[in-house]
Write a protein that binds this ligand. Structure first.
Ligand SMILES: [Zn+2]
Length: 1004
């Protein structure tokens, strides 16, 4: 037979596009439309419903950027449509090529009841089926004219990303506002033909099934009268029934479709818009669940649920009902889908505490999977945190975005730094917006790396970010692929149902040890420095507030601010969302974040101040030093307060060759007349830190214009060009005794640094008035250290990375994340670099010709200046603190990291404060001391082994404990775990490397 595939395939495309799809709505009549434009920010629903609208017509422009317009549409169902199915077709001016990221609407009945969302791929509202004719129709649409930020020409700088700069030009043209007859038979024919046509395109040309589908499609097209599609659609469908009924092969891949809408909690829109995006999508999904009995929808991010509850009670009532029916499912058990590289230990834990608790409190539901489809890499501390929260699984597809290496598994055990293993699944469909296209389903089946031993994968199905979630078309396509020859099978299931099957069929999956590094979006460790700094400061202040409030509550009856801390934690957790903390949101989001962090700091400082004053007693003449760090500092115990002298700072003298010398008896630092650190001599070890002939504290600037994703990406070629900022405007003694001040100008920017030496540590305070564009600023420390690997702090421990680039996996990690420290060492001697707010860094090595020694260069990333999505990213003044700690062991690195981030506080008073909790082994770091969240007054203490070794210690309580329990992160006693026996006011503990423990002490 002659090969006529192309003819039939092209015929299918044209007839579908030009004849069959248009016949879905064979008759229509325009609705009357009026509109009221809310003058500023969104208004309450009642106000929008009762406002006085003015007429507007299809073809009219509407919608200033970020505006809200309330449309009222009215009409009468024509009498001659009696017995038909009628829908309103409401096209606000959508671009169907982009399923989200543009204008959207939520349709209300006149009584304020939500009907469903309007989205580019979801423009219909069912009026009746069948109608009687003559029905009066009146609907209200709360429409948001969110501008398109990510366009057909992506990543171009735009002023649309902030209401303050976006202007007032209308963004959309009203396209269609009709009542229309819906021909369900034609609609079903469209789905049949799409499923079969898309499957056909994926099948091998030399297989019989492809040709069976081709001939069936051809017969169906022959059966259609192109002048009477509605009258002949049933006959066409009959031609397809046979090939749709042939069952899948027994070995077919099995896809668990989970209804989903990935909604970024802020990104190319502000937080307030996400509140409405979530309401629109939840309205759509509760409506779809009512129409489609087999459909299941999962929604993550407890914060988004909480928004619906608070702001859209009418939508919330529908969600609660669907949850009760078991078909609208809480996923993920986290407060938001956060970044997991940068959040500190406790914050990462609290993401799960607050997420899981919300679902438990509202629904009594506890899910067991971390649901992070879009997060930019996964720190190796995460498995232990997931487990400690009472969960046991992880889902993400993001690692499929890696530029270089293909991850070898889709289903595997992920092992973290402490040895905890988590059952992990990467959906092989490689998207979190699956739309049930044949190409996606075939890709999932082909791509699945665990074929032969496993057969199940998950497909998050639906449009996110304003696309409205799963569509009825996706549900209809899935139904046809339930059991279809040539296709993977598709069934709607909850994440838990999928994981149960996946675990059961794969009892010994392969293991991946260490971080899940995303070989992309590496610049998210640096972009929007103020947001990152706000996060780090907030985390430190929350620790202090809990510690001092708990101490004051136990000692003085101070009212522990449960409600305030709960609220502030949730604010900080929200801002760890994977487009806020990473710095990849529009200007509006980061401008607001800065204000929010300032308010958070003010409120936490107030709590800390109140608690410390309660503890310090009635002033007197003394001055107490409060030490919130987990190690004794300057004689003040960890978590206590005592009188203490100011720490001794090293002295300053002129250097013979020009410049200055700073020295404190432990460390001698030489700063040359360029303001560069040419020597940092560890006087105890008699050893030089800086590589010979090189200079540390060297600022370096690179051009930084990635090929895509400006705020997200730094591409490897950025290193090809570098300028060393060695010219100083001034190198002088600083205003403070024992300090050197260095000023440099470059481009349109200026840097002022103040260097001091104290306690064997070189402190560097850097102020940058930054006015560059598309540049990357690094602070370099070429170190005389020979090592293959280095440690970076992560959650509840640290992880190692290579200093070399032997493999493509190592080479791809050319920018990586640290928390408070990076540490390098040779046997017997090491050096740490600690930081108060930067996360990005890189480490490289060279071998010197002069002495064949190895220079390991550590560079911390200070600032970038991408122009998309925020054209003014990072412009302005920034302040950073770093410290170089020569001679540091890993334990020293841990301690100095905490010290830098938790500076001592001096408070008037003379009542020394004994710590609530004392640990007699410095390897154990207490990360939280707080009162139990349930208001019982119990004291909760969380700690971990911090050096990667074993620790045995006694934990002593500075109060009378009547009992102790080992708990999970949610402060629930762990079943089957023996509590340590209290003796003499203390308990003995023994910890594995990096082991995390939560103890809950009850009080009389
Ligand atoms: Zn996302």
């Amino acid at each position: 037979m002659h090969d006529d595939r192309a003819l039939v395939e092209n015929r299918l495309k044209r007839v579908l596009d030009e004849r069959i799809r248009p016949a879905v709505y064979p008759a229509s009549t325009p609705l009357d439309v009026a509109v009221w434009h809310a003058p500023g920010e969104p208004v309450p629903v009642a106000e929008g419903l009762t406002a006085s609208p003015s007429p507007i017509a299809v073809g009219d422009a509407w919608g200033a950027p970020w505006g809200t317009s309330w449309f009222t549409v009215t009409g009468t169902v024509p009498a001659e449509w009696a017995g038909r199915t009628v829908e309103a077709v409401l096209d606000l001016g959508f671009d169907e090529n982009m399923p989200g990221f543009q204008c959207e609407g939520l349709v209300y009945r006149p009584d304020g009841g939500p009907v469903k969302g309007l989205n580019p791929r979801n423009q219909w509202v069912r009026i009746g089926s069948p109608v009687e004719g003559g029905e009066e129709v009146r609907l209200h649409i709360e429409a948001a004219s969110n501008p398109v930020i990510l366009d057909y020409h992506p990543f171009l700088p735009t002023k649309l990303g902030d209401r303050e700069t976006a202007g007032s030009e209308p963004q959309y043209t009203l396209a269609r506002m009709d009542l229309a007859v819906f021909d369900e038979t034609v609609w079903r024919l469209v789905i049949d033909l799409e499923v079969l046509g898309e499957l056909m395109a994926e099948l091998p040309v030399d297989g019989a099934r492809r040709w069976e589908l081709l001939r069936a499609v051809e017969r169906a097209l022959d059966a259609i009268d192109l002048q009477d599609v509605n009258g002949t659609a049933a006959a066409a469908r009959a031609e397809l029934a046979g090939v749709l009924a042939t069952p899948a092969a027994p070995s077919a891949h099995r896809i668990s479709a989970v209804g989903h809408a990935h909604i970024d909690s802020a990104w190319l829109w502000p937080l307030r818009e996400t509140v409405r995006k979530v309401a629109r999508t939840a309205s759509n999904m509760t409506a779809l669940l009512e129409d489609e009995p087999e459909f299941v929808f999962a929604m993550s991010q407890a914060q988004q649920w909480a928004w619906i509850k608070e702001h859209r009670p009418e939508v919330w009532a529908r969600v609660v009902k669907a949850v009760t029916d078991g078909r609208f499912v809480p996923a993920g058990g986290m407060w938001v889908e956060s970044d997991t590289n940068m959040p500190g230990s406790e914050a990462m834990a609290r993401q799960f505490v607050h997420g899981k608790r919300f679902f438990l409190d509202e629904f009594g539901i506890e899910n067991e999977e971390a649901w992070l489809p879009d997060t930019f890499g996964f720190a190796a501390g995460l498995p232990q945190i997931i487990k400690a929260a009472g969960s046991k699984r992880l889902l993400t597809q993001k690692i499929s975005w890696s530029q270089v290496n293909k991850f070898p598994h889709h289903t595997f055990l992920w092992e973290g730094i402490d040895g905890t293993r988590i059952f992990t699944h990467f959906p092989p469909v490689d998207t979190y917006n699956c739309s049930m296209k044949g190409g996606e389903i075939a890709h999932a089946a082909r791509n699945f790396k665990d074929k032969g031993v496993a057969r199940h994968s998950l497909a998050p199905t639906g449009w996110g970010d304003g696309g409205g979630g799963t569509t009825r078309e996706m549900v209809a396509k899935a139904a046809r692929m339930r059991d279809l020859e040539g296709s993977a099978t598709v069934v709607w299931e909850t994440p838990a149902e999928f994981f149960a099957k996946a675990e059961a069929e794969y009892p010994a999956p392969p293991v991946w040890v260490g971080e899940l590094y995303l070989e992309l979006h590496r610049a998210t460790l640096t972009s929007q420095a103020k947001t990152k700094q706000g996060n780090r400061r907030s985390e430190s202040l929350l620790r202090e507030a809990e510690l001092w409030a708990a101490t004051a509550a136990v000692r003085t009856g101070f009212a522990y601010p449960h409600e305030r801390l709960d609220r502030i934690w949730k604010t900080v957790l929200l801002h760890q969302f994977h487009d806020i903390l990473p710095g990849s949101s529009i200007a509006w989001v980061h401008r607001e974040a800065e204000k929010t962090y300032a308010a958070v700091a003010a409120e936490l400082n107030e709590i800390i101040g109140d608690a410390q004053r309660a503890l310090a007693g009635d002033a007197g003449s003394g001055e107490l030093v409060f030490n919130a760090a987990p190690h004794t500092r300057n004689g003040v115990p960890a978590g206590g307060a005592a009188m203490a002298p100011a720490p001794a700072r090293g002295g300053l003298r002129a250097r013979d060759e020009g410049g200055y010398v700073l020295e404190d008896g432990l460390l001698r630092v030489e700063i040359d007349d360029r303001g560069l650190v040419v020597s940092a001599r560890d006087l105890r070890a008699g050893r030089e830190t800086v590589a010979p002939g090189q200079a540390a504290n060297l600022l370096q600037i690179h051009p930084d214009f990635p090929n895509m994703w400006d705020a997200w990406d730094v591409d490897q070629f950025y290193r090809n060009t570098v300028t060393d900022l060695v010219d100083a405007d001034e190198v002088t003694p600083g205003e403070e005794p024992g300090s050197v001040r260095v000023v440099r100008s470059f481009g349109r920017s200026r840097v002022t640094q103040v260097l001091t030496v104290e306690a064997g540590r070189l402190d560097i305070r850097t102020e940058v008035d930054w006015h560059e564009t598309e540049k990357f600023l690094k602070l370099a420390f070429p170190l005389d250290v020979h090592t293959d690997r280095y440690a970076s702090e992560s959650q509840y421990g640290h992880a190692f990375r290579a200093t070399h680039t032997n493999t493509s996996w190592e080479a791809a990690k050319f920018e990586a994340c640290n928390h408070k420290f990076v540490h390098l060492e040779e046997p017997g001697w090491g050096v740490a670099l600690v930081t108060d707010s930067t996360y990005g860094h890189d480490v490289t090595r060279t071998v010197r010709a002069s002495d064949r020694g190895t220079t390991t260069t550590l560079r911390v990333s200070l600032l970038r200046a991408p122009r998309f999505p925020d054209p003014e990213t990072d412009q302005g003044v920034h302040r950073f603190r770093h410290a170089l700690v020569p001679g540091a062991t890993i334990g020293d690195a841990v301690r100095e990291g905490w010290f830098l981030n938790l500076p001592e506080r001096r408070v008037a008073g003379d009542a020394e404060v004994a710590p609530l909790v004392t640990v007699d082994d410095d390897a154990i770091v207490v990360t939280a001391v707080k009162l139990a969240d349930d208001g019982s007054g119990d004291v909760v203490v969380r700690f971990h082994e911090s050096r990667g070794g074993r620790a045995r210690a006694r934990i002593s309580t500075g109060f009378t404990a009547t009992g102790v329990a080992v708990t999970d992160l949610l402060e629930r006693p762990l079943a089957g775990t023996a509590a340590p026996e209290p003796a003499d006011g203390s308990v003995a503990v023994s910890l594995r490397p990096f082991e995390l423990v939560t103890l809950r002490f009850s009080r009389s």
